[in-house]
Ligand binder design. Structure first.
Ligand SMILES: O=C(O)CCC(=O)C(=O)O
Length: 312
């Protein structure tokens, strides 16, 4: 397997992301969509805690952080759109009441599709991705935090601007996101917005905050200041940290495209206000070699056997 060309690697390092059209075949995309629909139709609503995926970016809501979320790192679990619920509880059960069928109310499915679902595993843990990781300089790439992001029509929530290494912090930072469009993603249906070059230290790309489990046995998650290294190896010399002048690229990608996302690059997505869904599958890769340490306060903690190896 050949991995990325030199020009593709250079473009990734220059912009902080790289779009690879037609990375998945139409057969692979169909198989992932079929699996997604099966998962969405088959999960049991009666025993579900109705956990909503909240980002806590408006200071009035907490970020999702219940046990169902915190223990989902090695499971397949379902997180609802806050806008899928009525303001009033269900009069019969007293539980929160969905305004939509469950399959149209889910924000995301996570966080171990790459190990537990055969179709998702096949497009995650393979030689082709190993070759891409090799091109990006990984020594022992480990796969974690896989998610199917649904972005349902009209209620699919926005994802605020963030850097992936805030969520999956290693010392020093090493995360790279693999993001596959399973449906066409463009203006109006909540596509990715990438801030070009914002991963660079000279443009403010340092990891300044981290998303962690609360300390002292208190349930929940929070953002804390990052006291550790803030740039990946090889970028440490970039000390200047002026706020980046936003150079936003709104991506317009076809189903089957892969977007590689540098762990320090700022990116976001808008609410899906269109009448078509925007399904995307994403997982992340971190460096598992000696010299990098996965942080024990990260929201997602490794299973007993460790995170899935990409190099066999
Ligand atoms: O798919 C989206 O809307 C956002 C994905 C994202 O920001 C991420 O995976 O880090």
């Amino acid at each position: 397997m050949s991995g990325l060309t030199e020009a593709q690697v250079a473009s990734f390092h220059e912009n902080g992301y790289l779009v690879l059209p037609e990375y998945l075949s139409s057969t692979e995309v169909t198989s992932l969509l079929t699996e997604t629909n099966t998962l969405l139709n088959d999960f049991d609503l009666d025993t579900h805690p109705l956990t909503q995926f909240t980002t806590g970016d408006d200071d009035t809501t907490d970020h999702v952080g219940d046990d169902y979320f915190l223990n989902s790192g090695d499971k397949i679990r379902f997180f609802f759109e806050p806008d899928a619920f009525s303001q009033e509880p269900d009069p019969l059960t007293g539980r929160a009441a969905l305004l939509k069928p469950k399959n149209l109310a889910v924000n995301k499915i996570g966080h171990s599709l790459h190990s537990l679902s055969e179709p998702f595993k096949a497009v995650s843990l393979n030689e082709r991705n190993a070759a891409v990781a090799r091109s990006l300089g990984f020594e022992d790439p480990r796969v974690l935090q896989s998610m199917l992001i649904c972005k349902q029509p009209s209620i699919g929530g926005a994802v605020p601007s963030h850097q992936d290494s805030e969520f999956l912090y290693t010392d020093p930072p090493s995360a790279v996101g693999w993001w596959y469009a399973l449906q066409d993603a463009g203006h109006g249906n909540g596509t990715l917005g990438m801030i070009k070059g914002s991963h660079k230290g000279a443009k403010g790309g340092h990891i300044k905050r981290r998303f962690v489990r609360k300390s002292g046995g208190v349930p929940g998650t929070e953002f804390i200041q990052n006291e550790g290294p803030s740039l990946p190896k090889g970028m440490e010399e970039e000390k200047v940290s002026d706020p980046a002048e936003e150079d936003l690229e709104i991506l317009n990608v076809k189903a089957g495209s892969l977007v590689l996302i540098h762990g320090n690059v700022l990116h976001k997505s808008e609410k899906n206000t269109s009448d078509r869904s925007r399904y995307a599958y994403t997982f992340h890769v971190i460096e598992g070699a000696d010299g990098w340490k996965y942080d024990e306060r990260n929201w997602l903690q490794p299973p007993k056997e460790g995170f899935s190896k990409l190099f066999q």
